[in-house]
Design a protein around this ligand. Structure first.
Ligand SMILES: O=c1[nH]cnc2c1ncn2[C@H]1C[C@H](O)[C@@H](CO)O1
Length: 400
């Protein structure tokens, strides 16, 4: 494979429960006396990993093989969070937003209890606290910054209000947004629980991302943007089927969380990477990031995704820099932390001087035009207008 020349990356779409080490699953199951469907690490690997393109439903079935080993165990939940940060640090990730469903790891206060668990004493709230502990210790040890996105699940609309309340409770403690994951064939207009939760998220200024247009149609994307007020779209490949919508989202500088390796294996895209929708997004200089999604199941690292797009989609180092800068601008950190992150990237990419010069020359103009959020991330926004020729960043405000 061709080496990817990028020292630091931003990852915005990765499921914590799709990123658990197989070794950990086996060890925890043994400690807890929990039976796994097969014995030993190699056998578990064979069972859990997808090698050939299949369907999203088949993919989602993979979680059934191992989640019961981790759910409902304090030590295990903390451990997977800690190890996640270690893995991302080893991959060269500077900042990552990890997502998970607190309900799927709990064994109390969830109806019905997932994974046929016996009732215990770990509520979804406890899960968030435990993941936070693991992340904080991991961040301290490995220096990769990590924040959480809490997932609602399409097939569990009655959990969604809980999820938004947890987002509100932990907004100053590691949680930066809400998501809607799961099987897209269940549209949310028919499931008022999701709609209400996302309305509450808007009201409470909780950031929002939604899995849409992964295997579902462009209509799911439209609904995500118009009904759920998504600020980012998870995947979004099928947006291209509605050119009016696509052009509108390009104009709004909507961020798309792209997961190339994942999309091939879940049947979300053509298995031939040279026909991948991402090529069109790149040609149009869209705002997107590259992400692993569920690296355990896809047997991948972030570098695998970079290598695939480099090999089959002609991605250059310049494009890698552009997309990571866009990812940093589109992340859900508060403005000040976002600006610090951007500065770290510009520095690492050898773009600091250009960035500072641009900023100095355009700042007076911004002040004059009363650019929203100018004190916070004006530098990032200016950079995208003047150097990269893209629109300004959606979360950074728009010039009048
Ligand atoms: O790619 C995905 N599409 C839709 N749902 C997904 C994907 N990857 C993981 N999930 C689901 C299964 C997980 O248990 C849940 C929370 O992380 O989100």
């Amino acid at each position: 494979m061709i080496p990817v020349l990028l020292s630091l990356q931003i990852e915005l779409h990765v499921h914590l429960d799709g990123a658990i080490r197989i070794k950990t699953i086996v060890e925890v199951a043994k400690r807890r006396g929990i039976t796994l469907p097969v014995n030993g690490e190699d056998e578990m690997r064979d069972l859990v990993i997808m090698h050939e393109p299949a369907t999203l439903t088949e993919f989602l079935g993979k979680f059934n093989h191992y989640m019961h080993a981790i759910a409902g165990d304090r030590e295990a939940i903390k451990r997977i969070a800690y190890e996640f940060v270690q893995t991302k640090a080893e991959e060269g990730v500077l900042y990552v937003e990890a997502r998970y469903s607190p309900h799927l790891l709990a064994n109390k206060g969830v109806d019905p209890l997932p994974w046929d668990q016996k009732p215990g004493d770990i509520t979804p709230d406890d899960v968030v606290d435990l993941v936070n502990q693991g992340f904080k210790e991991g961040e301290k040890a490995f220096k990769t910054k990590v924040r959480s996105i809490l997932c609602c699940l399409r097939h569990k609309p009655n959990w969604s209000m809980d999820v938004v309340e947890l987002c509100k409770k932990y907004r100053k403690d590691g949680v930066v947004a809400i998501d809607l994951a799961g099987d897209e064939s269940m549209n949310c207009e028919s499931y008022p629980g999701h709609k209400r939760a996302f309305e509450e998220a808007v009201r409470s200024e909780v950031h929002r991302t939604v899995h849409a247009g992964e295997v579902g149609s462009a209509n799911v994307v439209k609904e995500a943007v118009e009904v759920l007020k998504a600020e980012r779209i998870g995947h979004g490949y099928h947006t291209l089927e509605d050119q009016t919508l696509y052009k509108r989202l390009l104009q709004q500088n909507m961020h798309f969380e792209m997961c190339p390796v994942s999309s091939r294996l879940t049947g979300a895209s053509d298995p031939d990477f040279t026909k991948h929708p991402l090529i069109t997004f790149k040609k149009d200089k869209a705002n997107y990031s590259l992400n692993t999604d569920d690296p355990t199941i896809f047997n991948s690292t972030l570098n695998s995704d970079y290598q695939v797009v480099q090999k089959y989609m002609d991605f250059t180092e310049e494009e890698f820099k552009r997309l990571n800068i866009n990812a940093a601008k589109s992340c859900f950190l508060p403005a000040k932390e976002k600006e610090e992150l951007l500065e770290q990237l510009y520095e690492a990419y050898g773009m600091m001087e250009k960035y500072q010069n641009t900023c100095a020359s355009v700042r007076p103009l911004l002040e004059k035009t009363n650019f929203p959020h100018s004190a916070g991330i004006c530098k990032g926004s200016v950079f995208s207008i003047s150097l990269l020729g893209t629109q300004q960043h959606a979360m950074g405000g728009r010039p009048p």
